[in-house]
Every structure is written in C-alpha cells, then in structure tokens.
Design a protein around this ligand. Structure first.
Ligand code: PLP
Length: 361
C-alpha cells in the first residue's frame, strides 16, 4: 500500500486501512444481498443489524450502562451546539460553559442566540486558549455544564474531567471520543461528529442519559428533538446509513483488532509522548499548547518563521506526510494523530522533523 500516505488531517481524517479494505470488499454485494449496503433499505434486516452492532459496540467500548442511549444524527457537531441548549435547558437555570477555544465559543454563541441564560464559568481566552483552566467552578444547580474535551484547533485536552455530583456534564468529544477510557457516570450527554476519530463525515454520534430526555420541550420541531431519535432508534427518517456502517466497522476494528479502549489509550499515550518528547528535546520547533494541557490527538507547533512553515508543509507532503497544516484561524502546523494513525506514522514524522531542522536550523 505504498501509495497511501501518513495522513495527519484533522477531519475528515485517516481511517484504518483494514476498515477501508473491508468496505471495498463488501461494497458491491453486502453479505450476499446482491446490493451495496448503500442500496439497501434502512428498514431492512441488513441495516438493522449494522445499526444494532454499532450501538452495542459504542456501549461496550465506553462502558455505558442501560441508562444511556446511543443516537445517530446528522448536522455535525455544529448542529449539536444549538440542539443541546434547545433540548436540555431547564426553566431559568443558567447554562454553564467552559470556553477553551473555537468550538466551545461556537457552542456558547448558539446558546446565546436562543436567549438562554449562558454563563462562561471558566475560560482560557486570556492566554490564547493554550491551556485547559485548572479549576472549573461547579454550580450543582445549573441546567448543565458544557465542556469541549479536546480542542482540535488549539491542541489542548482535558486530562481529568470535572466531577459534578448533580449537574449533568455535557461534552463535545468530536476529536477524542474512543481515544481513552473515562467514567461516563457524570455525563448527561456526549456528542461527536464521526469524521475525526470514529468514522466518515455525515453522521454525528449522540450519547444521551435517559433522564435528560425528560427535559425535551414538547413544542420543539420533530427533527430537532432528541426524543424523536431515541424513541425511533435513530430511524424516524432515513439515517446516514453508509456513514453508520463505516463507523460500525471502525468500532469493530477498535474492539477486535486494537484490543479495545484500554489498549488504544496506551498506544495513543505512547504516540503523544513520542512526539512531545521530541518537541521538548530541541528548540527549532515550538509546541503551542502548555505542557499540562497537551492533546494526545492534535499536536500543534510552530517553526521559527512562516516561510519555514510553508517549506516544511511542502516537503512533508513530498515525503508522504500529509495534512500537517494548522487550522486557518491560528496558522502553524498540526499533526492529528487519531486512533487510526499507527506509531510508525508518528516515527516517520519525527524523523522528517529532525531532518528538516538539521537542514534549516
Ligand atoms: C470538527 C469539530 C467540530 C465541528 O464539527 P462538524 O461536524 O463539522 O460540525 C466541533 N467540535 C470539535 C471539537 C471539532 O473538532
């Protein structure tokens, strides 16, 4: 597979090769149906099995008990920014948000647009979102506390989640779901666009605790209510069936080839330690996130000048290392090293970085 590069794109992002091959193998004739999975009814036994398998794997991988429902929706994580406050606000209670960069800021904006009582209880804006605020004030009487577990653009990540007793924690986990283990108990809702760490674009995973569904206002439009998806098992209307199928294969890969989340977490830690270890060992490249807040998924760094960054990106591409450009809002470089990125990819990147630094330093 020499024509496949190491793909460091932030999302849509690299998928496991064995998953792509399986998609290819079954593409024309899904399990003897004589049809592609893309062509079968979303109400057929074939798709029903795909859907149930993806739900069961999500629950097993994340250790979700029966209080949690797994929904497959559309509209991306960005749609969830508006659906969360629309569905889960509680009377006059404040909606608490932690602002750790672009995606949190957008979530806050969508709640404010709806005229909700929004409080930003902690923020890292003062130092350009280069860290995760250390202590998050918890008001147990708020409607919810919203965080972004991994900040894809700034390269910061919560190492420990806040531990409220009563107020439900809500997290945008778009770029680190399935990357490590965590205790789901304090979470009322978790959402993730699949295209970073879970599958292809087009489907959004929503994990919702059943008591949250009691909050959903009856007067909301049908398609905007979590209860619609929960009551109809994500089959009220046609779901993004192909994207759900591929996501299911990624979860199968995680469980059966990667040895589950415990092993995945170990590998992700090793990859992150390798690259941050290298960054800390030299002074040509400069990591932009504060060390205690560094993301294991998105590694952001700068070179001494923008000209060097441009040359770095070009030469990296020529060497089979793609997608290393930082987000357009912050510039610089970013290596997204999601689950599907093997340790060999990180090693190849470090070798290239060393070589580039020796020639340009
Ligand atoms: C990419 C990303 C989003 C936006 O996702 P869409 O699916 O494009 O709406 C939101 N939050 C985080 C943390 C992301 O990484």
């Amino acid at each position: 597979m020499s024509y496949r590069i190491f793909n460091f794109n932030p999302g849509p992002a690299m998928l496991p090769l064995s998953v792509l091959k399986q998609v290819q193998e079954e593409l024309l004739d899904y399990k003897g149906s004589g049809m592609s999975i893309m062509e079968v009814s979303h109400r057929s036994k074939w798709f029903e099995d795909v859907l149930q398998d993806a739900i069961a794997r999500t629950k097993r991988l994340l250790g979700l008990d029966d209080r949690f429902r797994v929904l497959f929706m559309q509209g991306g994580a960005s749609m969830q920014f508006c659906l969360v406050p629309m569905n889960l606000a509680l009377g006059d209670k404040p909606l608490d948000y932690v602002d750790t960069g672009t995606w949190s800021t957008k979530a806050i904006k969508e709640a404010k647009i709806q005229g909700k009582k929004v409080r930003v209880v902690a923020s890292s804006e003062d130092r350009e979102y280069t860290y995760i605020p250390e202590s998050i004030p918890i008001d147990e009487d708020a409607a919810f506390l919203h965080i972004t577990s991994n900040n894809t653009i700034r390269g910061t990540q919560f190492r420990e989640f806040p531990r409220p007793k009563k107020v439900p924690l809500i997290s945008d986990m778009s770029s680190d779901i399935f990357s490590r283990r965590f205790d789901p108990a304090p979470f009322g809702l978790i959402y993730a666009g699949a295209q970073k760490n879970a599958g292809p674009a087009g489907v959004t995973l929503v994990i919702v605790r059943e008591d949250m569904l009691e909050r959903v206002p009856a007067g909301l439009p049908t398609m905007l209510k979590y209860t619609t998806y929960a009551e109809k098992n994500s089959l009220y209307n046609t779901p993004p069936s192909f994207a759900i199928y591929v996501t299911g294969l990624v979860l199968r890969w995680l469980e059966e080839e990667m040895g589950g989340l415990e092993h995945m977490e170990k590998t992700n830690r090793e990859k992150a330690e390798l690259i941050y270890g290298y960054l800390d060992s030299q002074d040509f490249y400069r990591g932009t996130a504060e060390p205690a807040s560094r993301s294991w998924m998105n590694v952001t760094f700068r070179l001494p000048s923008e000209e060097l960054e441009k040359a770095f990106l070009e030469q990296a591409q020529q060497n089979g290392l793609g997608g290393l450009k930082g987000h357009r809002s912050v510039g610089g470089c970013r290596a997204s090293i999601y689950n599907a990125m093997p340790i060999e990819g990180v090693q190849a990147l470090i070798e290239f970085m060393k070589d580039f630094a020796s020639k340009n330093g």
